[in-house]
Design a protein around this ligand. Structure first.
Ligand code: HEC
Length: 124
């Protein structure tokens, strides 16, 4: 009897896992790139203030993943270690928060970037 109960519970557990709702995948091109274009690229494009100061160009995926002249600012799978996320989420001194000298991005938009990084910062 005990064995049957254990087996039933295991089945329920396995089935439960299979049915767990999948977290929606964030798309780089549909969700993240438009936010970056809107909030960052005016300064982080060739010749822009941000690009001149940091070397960070935000016009395409490869440039974003390349980061600044000091190295990557997006660490796939680890938003809190990603300078990109820290700068937009206000985890830094307000004087260096991004977008520079402007109002912070909305919480919903910041959360999209966070999820995208957590999901592996894919070019999807
Ligand atoms: C109004 C211009 C402007 C906008 C808009 C802007 N930046 Fe910047 N950004 C700068 C300047 C200027 C610097 C260099 C000075 C500094 O680090 O504070 C910089 C530096 C950076 C750096 C390098 C920081 C470091 O520690 O080396 C990153 C990363 C960055 N910006 C990301 C972003 C992101 C992401 C956005 C969009 C959410 C953004 N920036 C929007 C002007 C801007």
């Amino acid at each position: 009897m005990k064995k049957i109960i254990t087996l039933t519970m295991m089945m329920a557990f396995i089935t439960g896992c299979n049915q767990a709702p999948q977290e929606p995948q964030i798309s780089f091109s549909n969700d993240v790139m438009p936010l970056i274009t809107k909030n960052c690229t005016e300064c982080h494009t060739s010749g822009g203030d941000g690009a001149n100061a940091s070397g960070f160009i935000t016009t395409d995926y490869d440039a974003i993943m390349k980061g600044t002249k000091y190295g990557p600012v997006v660490i796939p799978g680890n938003s809190v270690a990603s300078t990109f996320y820290r700068l937009i989420a206000g985890l830094v001194d307000p004087s260096i928060q991004m977008p520079h000298g402007k109002e912070a991005m909305s919480a919903a938009d910041i959360a999209k970037v966070e999820k995208w990084i957590e999901q592996g910062a894919k070019n999807n």
